[in-house]
Design a binder for this molecule. Structure first.
Ligand SMILES: Cc1cc2nc3c(=O)[nH]c(=O)nc-3n(C[C@H](O)[C@H](O)[C@H](O)COP(=O)(O)OP(=O)(O)OC[C@H]3O[C@@H](n4cnc5c(N)ncnc54)[C@H](O)[C@@H]3O)c2cc1C
Length: 431
């Protein structure tokens, strides 16, 4: 009855988080692991700015000296609507600018080397429960998930004890399992252009009306090339427009992101350095505010599929990799205990929430606070932050992956009164 289409674990999605889950499934002793990927090639199309924190590379065990790292970054020059620059200088390298395509391929290569199989051009199109008879003909013996896959145009069924859904922001597998979506999806857009970078150790960030509800960026790939983009929050864009009622906010924001990008390119900080023409045009959604429930019997949802991007920065590699490793461990335990129940899978959610829950929670509150600020209020916030002692605190405690640490330091610092006046409503929500 059990054929070679039967696996212990099937990971849907060969992105970096799916590959990390597959590799750790193998490293945790799981025998048969399959990754199904709908695209014909790993890492393409790219939907990322490719700014990966030091911790993101550490979490995926990928060596930053590898050939896919183009640049390293120590700090940021942040521009509020007033145009007054706030320079944040890190003590050491905070992040790497990478080729996401090569990074994804490296993650897949490492998973394959660990023994995971890959099936390309294989799109998951359905999910059901299946029960096999065991050796004594007992039908309740072995419960499997039946994954319907369209492989190069042919419909096939694969069976697995555990499915790990790592199928990205538009996850169909979590929909097949009846799970609710994440809180919101930001619309991101980016180009790569010839750009005269003044200091390639610093990213440039633009907050306020340039990118309603989120921020815009210029990420130096080299002295002569930069990735220039932005993401907008559909709710903020909605507020700025009167015509939205008839459209879904996400589609609407995506359409508007293009207009915001055109506008960004006219910002004096950018326009004086950008040269004509650009290569690489990236559009994609950034899911924030994780799904309320990230598991079902025999199923765990990880990475963008679960809405596990950081609400403050939009990065999803570090957080997704942390969750992927936990999912792999829970899958190994479930197989050892022959327990694929919802209760067993809920262990995954308990454990990732222990690691990441606080950051997501504080991050969403910070995001919602940021969304409400007018350009004038944003200027006041940045004027107040532009204080040598506060900048020292940011240098000391700023952490792309754990912004809550800095937030707490600011609240507890001798500047707390000033902070309380500025961030009053936000700080209250933290207490
Ligand atoms: C504009 C933009 C900029 C970003 N910049 C950064 C950044 O600088 N740093 C950072 O850390 N993060 C960034 N992110 C977020 C980051 O790209 C994601 O968090 C990351 O790609 C998540 O990895 P993943 O493996 O969960 O999902 P994905 O990378 O989306 O991979 C999902 C995979 O599943 C496959 N798939 C989907 N459906 C199916 C199906 N039904 N069957 C089979 N396969 C399927 C897809 O083809 C894809 O290969 C950015 C996102 C955007 C949109």
């Amino acid at each position: 009855m059990i054929s070679n289409t039967t696996y212990d674990v099937i990971v849907v999605g060969g992105g970096p988080i799916g590959s990390t889950a597959a590799r750790y499934a193998k490293l945790n002793g799981i025998e048969r692991v399959l990754v199904v990927e709908e695209n014909a090639s790993i890492g393409s199309p790219v939907q990322c700015a490719g700014l990966l924190s030091v911790a993101a590379l550490r979490e995926t065990d990928i060596d930053p000296n590898s050939s896919f790292v183009y640049n390293s970054v120590k700090g940021a020059k942040v521009y509020p609507p007033s145009g007054k620059q706030l320079k944040i200088v890190g003590k050491e390298t905070k992040a790497y600018v990478v080729s996401r395509k090569m990074f994804d391929r490296k993650a897949a290569e490492m998973a394959a080397n660990a023994g995971a199989e890959y099936l390309m051009k294989a799109q998951a199109v359905g999910l059901k429960d299946a029960v096999f008879a065991d050796d004594s003909g007992n039908m309740s013996g072995m419960k499997y998930k039946a994954l319907e896959v369209l492989h190069a145009g042919v419909l096939k069924t694969f069976y697995a004890k555990v499915i790990i859904a790592a199928d990205g922001v538009r996850s169909s597998v979590s929909k097949f399992a009846g799970l609710s979506p994440c809180e919101k999806v930001l619309s991101g857009i980016q180009i790569e252009a010839n750009y005269r970078t003044e200091d390639k150790e610093f990213v440039e960030m633009f907050v306020g009306g340039e990118a309603p509800g989120f921020f815009a960026w210029s990420i130096p790939v080299s002295e002569n090339i930069s990735r220039i983009g932005l993401a907008v929050d559909p709710e903020s864009v909605q507020k700025l427009s009167e015509k939205l009622e008839k459209k879904s906010s996400e589609d609407f924001a995506a359409a508007y992101a293009v207009a915001y990008l055109d506008n960004l390119l006219t910002n004096p900080v950018i326009s004086e350095k950008i040269q004509s023409g650009y290569s690489d045009f990236v559009v994609g959604g950034i899911p924030i505010g994780p799904m309320k429930k990230t598991y079902a019997s025999g199923l765990m949802v990880v990475g963008d599929a679960a809405g596990q991007c950081k609400p403050v920065s939009g990065g999803g590699i570090y957080t997704g990799a942390v969750a992927a490793k936990i999912a792999a461990i829970v899958a190994a335990e479930a197989i050892a205990e022959n327990d694929f129940s919802e209760k067993k899978m809920s262990e995954y959610e308990k454990r990732w929430k222990k690691e990441l829950g606080k950051e997501f929670d504080i991050g969403m509150r910070a995001h919602n606070y940021r969304m409400k600020l007018t350009d004038e209020e944003m200027n006041k916030v940045f004027d107040a932050l532009n204080d040598p002692e506060i900048l020292d605190l940011i240098t000391e405690y700023g952490d792309m992956d754990h912004p809550s640490v800095l937030i707490q330091k600011l609240v507890l610092s001798k500047h707390s009164l000033k902070m309380a006046k500025l961030f009053g409503t936000f700080l209250k929500t933290l207490l």
